[in-house]
Design a protein around this ligand. Structure first.
Ligand code: BTN
Length: 320
């Protein structure tokens, strides 16, 4: 009923709705309507109440509630089911559980805060409340296993293009999937998959964006920044999520139809590491070379100083 009330207020586009008309339309008491409006207020919706006129919705919160994300979302598959948690350990965990229960492709899990956010290579992902975007997307592509990294690269393209469009900030990609601004990380992607023999059962693309983070713990302050810190003003999280989901859907459709080539070209056009000298840190040691590009499996191709070619599958790189 609360959702229905909210929908009616949104449809009224800022006009007053009386308690009487709401209770008649929803076949419930005026006290029940009042209680739901109070609950909506607690969630951050702002109403003006005027005697004899009723209530009108004056502001909606920038919190990625399913109702907010889905209203005005221009997609066919992605984001048609959205699960929201004020606090969760990790949206990745929840998305895996939903996938195993048979959740449809395009299901999205969003949290306002993660207390066990996961980064790549077993690292912790800092996800404080009410500031960032912590979102996991479930995809069920019928693809061979080795094509999986292509979808991470696809997500990086969607994120860069959506962030640029919403903020005007010149974000770039650093291989494999960090999104940077002025050399500091603004967004990370963690792709996890469930596969059988050579086929993907499902894939979870986890995206963490530092949107309105005002400051960072000392240990990551040198390497991380947020869109708000760089732009000097807060950025609307809900609108950014909608833009990202729209871009992801378009790119995913293009990928399934035309293959990886057009996505790869876009990824390379946004990547700062390509054509630069890079320092590559792997568990096995460190090497230096020229990053030439990526191959169709998302592997970084590096030319070492002795002219030999190396394929880099997993590493942290620094542009030297
Ligand atoms: C990285 O190390 O750069 C990847 C960070 C990925 C963080 C996101 S936030 C949403 C999703 N849930 C998680 O626990 N991790 C990913």
């Amino acid at each position: 009923m609360k959702d229905q009330i909210l929908r009616m207020f949104k449809e009224a586009k800022g006009e007053f709705l009386s308690g009487e008309s709401l209770s008649q339309a929803l076949q419930c008491s005026r006290t029940a309507i009042w209680k739901h409006i109070e609950e909506l207020r607690v969630e951050g919706y702002q109403f003006e109440a005027v005697r004899r006129s009723g209530y009108r919705l004056v502001a909606v919160p920038d919190i990625p509630y399913p109702e907010e994300v889905m209203s005005g979302l221009d997609t066919r598959i992605l984001g048609k089911v959205v699960h929201f948690f004020p606090t969760i350990d990790s949206t990745q965990h929840r998305a895996h559980a939903l996938a195993k229960e048979g959740a449809p492709e395009g299901t999205v899990v969003i949290a306002d805060e993660q207390v066990g956010g996961k980064g790549r290579l077993g690292r912790v992902w800092h996800s404080p409340p009410s500031t960032g975007i912590s979102m996991s997307l479930l995809l069920r592509p019928k693809l061979e296993l080795h094509r999986c990294p292509q979808l991470t690269l696809l997500a990086a393209v969607a994120l860069v293009e959506a962030i640029r469009q919403e903020t005007g900030l010149p974000v770039t990609i650093k291989w494999p999937n960090d999104i940077l601004l002025n050399g500091k990380k603004i967004c990370g992607i963690l792709t996890e998959l469930n596969a059988e023999s050579d086929c993907i059962n499902y894939l979870i693309i986890g995206m963490g964006i530092n949107v309105n983070t005002p400051s960072f713990p000392e240990e990551i302050g040198q390497i991380a920044t947020s869109l708000m810190l760089e732009k000097g003003e807060p950025v609307k999280r809900v609108k950014l999520i909608q833009n990202i989901l729209g871009k992801l859907e378009d790119l995913y459709a293009q990928y399934l139809e035309e293959g990886f080539a057009p996505i790869k070209a876009r990824w390379e056009s946004h990547a700062i590491s390509i054509g630069k000298r890079v320092i590559i840190r792997q568990l096995s040691g460190t090497m230096v070379g020229m990053a030439l590009g990526i191959d169709d499996d998302g592997v970084l191709l590096v030319q070492k100083d002795d002219g030999s070619l190396e394929k880099v599958y997993s590493a942290d790189i620094e542009i030297s």
